[in-house]
Design a protein around this ligand. Structure first.
Ligand SMILES: [Zn+2]
Length: 300
């Protein structure tokens, strides 16, 4: 039997000409299946989360706006997304996708969500292509159930995980680790449990040094029962929205390091894909698929 994985083709939504090509996760899934790394029969389709699940981290008001289509123009501008039923469903389904992947991680060591990573979603509003914070809901839900106590959210997207940091700023059981570019989006930063800021132009070796320097210490100090990984591919040198200069190899080394760090410590890890905005969508797909490949190779 193959490894179960989590993804919905419904993540692909028509949002017009947009910086965020919503089809990238579906194309990544198709690429992984075509390569034989994942099998379609092992794909688990997420179902919509309950409002109560979302309300573990989001305000009732925000849930209503997203789920019932009453987002204001300001809401849409801040999220940089036009509301539609399909869009709302896509973002809600991705919350379940990450929760399912986290449950799979607890059962098998690794959970693979081909999607997710909406780290700019705050409790009461969305921002930067993110409406509902799948990472935060997954952490909160599993904690509420008593399945885990301590969680570490390892956010290596080129942009700070500001929504996640804000949601858990008073929760010492959820450690938010964010390593990102020091300038650029988001302009106003939140305080994560640990922020590691890298200057624009940072290359593979300096990046890997910083990660090696900071992540193991955070894992050993916090001793999480679960890691949720936001593996944004926008750290890549050709990314349109990031200024770091990682090569394909640098991104693969980053991912391998995170998976090995968790495996070595017997900490379950759930993967979400996050940002990735190469001028050619094929490059983004290859990077996301590469991240999944590293995960499968480490957790063989
Ligand atoms: Zn990003």
């Amino acid at each position: 039997m193959g490894r179960r994985w989590f993804h919905s083709p419904k993540y692909t939504v028509d949002v017009g000409a947009h910086t965020f090509p919503t089809v990238k996760f579906q194309r990544t899934a198709e690429s992984l299946v075509a390569k034989g790394l994942l099998q379609e029969k092992d794909r688990v389709e997420p179902t919509l989360p309950s409002r109560d699940e979302l309300k573990l981290v989001h305000t009732d008001e925000w849930c209503t706006r997203v789920l019932d289509g009453t987002m204001t123009l300001d809401d849409e501008l801040r999220a940089e997304l036009p509301w539609s039923r399909a869009l709302s469903d896509a973002h809600a389904l991705a919350v379940s996708g990450t929760l399912l992947a986290a449950r799979e991680a607890l059962a098998t060591g690794l959970g693979v969500h081909v999607g997710g990573g909406a780290h700019h979603a705050f409790a009461a509003y969305g921002e930067g292509f993110c409406l509902l914070n799948d990472l935060a809901v997954a952490a909160a839900k599993l904690r509420a159930e008593g399945a885990v106590k301590r969680v570490l959210i390892c956010d290596l997207d080129v942009h700070q995980g500001n929504g996640t940091a804000s949601i858990f700023k008073k929760n010492l059981d959820v450690f938010t680790f964010s390593m990102h570019q020091e300038e650029g989006y988001p302009k106003i930063r939140e305080r994560s449990s640990l922020d590691v800021e890298l200057p624009a132009g940072t290359r593979d070796r300096e990046y890997q040094d910083a990660l090696t320097d900071r992540l193991p210490g955070a894992l050993d100090a916090h001793r999480p029962d679960l890691v949720l990984y936001q593996a944004g591919a926008d750290v890549h040198e050709r990314d349109l929205l990031g200024g770091l200069k990682l090569t394909d190899k640098g991104v693969a080394a980053r991912d391998r390091f995170v998976f090995e760090a968790c495996l070595r410590r017997a900490i379950p890890i759930a993967l979400t894909l996050g940002g990735g905005y190469s001028p050619k969508i094929e490059d983004t797909i290859a990077l996301h698929a590469g991240t999944v490949k590293e995960a499968l190779s480490v957790f063989r």
